[in-house]
Design a protein around this ligand. Structure first.
Ligand code: ZL4
Ligand code: CA
Ligand code: ZN
Length: 393
């Protein structure tokens, strides 16, 4: 008896496809679709599935993917086969088509199925919001924010987020996109550069020379031309190594608070990349599960249709903790779930500590040095506040 019950007055839908999780990018590649299996194992062990509408998502169709992607690209993606002998280890091959086949975006068995299932979950979630069958949709298999119209990038081939937001735009005049992955949400930003119906906000580690993708400076706010309604509708929050829960929450709540007030979105799409957590294999921040989840909680408070996507996350046990906690926030049972992991979680040995909320010391031994001064964070908030003067709902 978990004591977890259905939320009163609203519905949460959960979209996943077990077939997606079987795919492999390669033995040592950081992206592990299997982290989705681990996340669900925690979510189900806590009994949360009894409080949601659970859907096995279908694969998105070619036509659905083509609402954003070019048909040239989709046709190629649908026919390329992995090479029997792996290519050069470094991503230096000059004849990569659509950036496919390098070390970041390798070709693997079932690649097209994997991509279309990721997008299918996101799109199903968006449709549940549009039809008012659910108030919060959860699609942890989505969130692949770097994919471009005709190019793969940074482990992402199909931009499920853009496809889902295009669906939301059929019903909602304005959609707010928020991205807490440690990387810049460049693909989503670029897709909506020329419209004032989507405002994109990305919080990320920014170092143009040493951190992927190198874009997302504070003053990159959309092409500024008189004829571009999308000018000023891209918000970028560039951060340094080691940011803490306390600083991140303050900045997130201040910025998102002002944006919602000014932009008045009809729906919110939140990418919950878990590589912004402390101890991530690729990340640089000191966020804990609580601080990451606080962003979901803050967005939920507006009572707007909300879709949650996954994204990055390269230390699977912490990805699973964050997305399980955030599922509980969506349901509204976060105050009822035990901070001690359930007794009988499959893959229990993956979780070195039996807590949902490991301390920084448990995660890292020694936390990363925090290189974010309060002064810099205040300057960022100041810039965003001034930027919002140009935004009219
Ligand atoms: C790897 O170990 O910064 C890929 C990628 C494969 C296996 C063996 C190959 C070894 C780290 C990363 C060579 C790897 C060289 N294997 C990778 C400029 C780069 C060119 C490629 O969370 N090399 C490119 C992409 C980023 C670059 C981050 C985040 C996605 C998301 C949403 C994408 N690309 C330098 C790196 C490994 C690998 C080890 C790797 N790649 C780390 N960071 C990158 O935002 C899902
Ligand atoms: Ca981000
Ligand atoms: Zn990332």
């Amino acid at each position: 008896e978990s004591g977890i019950t259905r939320p009163k007055g609203y519905n949460v839908s959960f979209h996943c496809n077990p077939d997606m999780e079987k795919h492999h990018f390669g033995m040592t590649h950081p992206m592990k679709p299997w982290r989705l299996t681990l996340s669900k194992s925690l979510i189900y062990s806590y009994g949360m599935s009894f409080a949601m509408d659970n859907y096995v998502s279908r694969a998105a169709t070619y036509e659905e993917l083509a609402t954003f992607h070019s048909t040239d690209y989709l046709d190629f993606l649908g026919t390329v086969l992995p090479e029997p002998v792996p290519r050069d280890l470094e991503n230096q091959n000059p004849d990569l088509k659509f950036n496919l086949g390098g070390s970041d975006c390798p070709l693997f068995d079932g690649l097209y199925d994997y991509c279309s299932m990721s997008a299918g979950g996101a799109l199903d979630g968006a449709r549940k919001l549009c039809s008012k069958q659910s108030d919060i949709a959860v699609a942890w298999g989505g969130g692949l924010h770097h994919a471009k119209k005709a190019e793969a990038s940074g482990f992402c081939y199909i931009n499920d987020i853009v496809v889902a937001i295009l669906q939301l735009l059929r019903y909602y005049p304005r959609v707010l996109y928020i991205d807490i992955d440690v990387h810049h949400g460049d693909g989503v930003e670029e897709a909506f550069f020329s419209t004032d119906r989507v405002m994109t906000v990305s919080f990320h580690k920014y170092d143009p020379n040493n951190f992927f993708p190198g874009t997302g400076a504070l003053d990159d706010n959309g092409p500024k031309s008189e004829h571009n309604p999308g000018a000023h509708h891209a918000v970028n929050v560039p951060l340094n190594d080691g940011i803490t829960d306390e600083q991140y929450e303050w900045l997130f709540n201040s910025i998102i608070g002002r944006i919602v007030e000014k932009f008045r979105p009809g729906a919110i799409a939140l990418q919950c990349g878990a590589d912004s957590l402390a101890g991530d294999r690729l990340g640089r921040f000191n966020l804990q599960v609580q601080g990451h989840g606080a962003c979901v909680e803050f967005c939920k408070k507006y009572n707007l249709p909300l879709i949650l996507f996954g994204g990055g996350g390269y230390t699977p046990r912490n990805v699973a903790r964050a997305w399980a906690y955030e599922t509980s926030i969506a349901i509204g049972c976060d105050d009822k779930i035990s901070p001690t992991l359930p007794q009988h979680v499959p893959w229990r040995e993956q979780f070195r500590q039996d807590t949902l909320f490991p301390t920084l010391e448990q995660i890292l031994g020694e936390p990363r040095v925090n290189r974010n001064s309060q002064k810099r964070l205040q300057d960022i908030l100041q810039h965003v506040t001034e930027q919002l003067r140009f935004v009219q709902a």
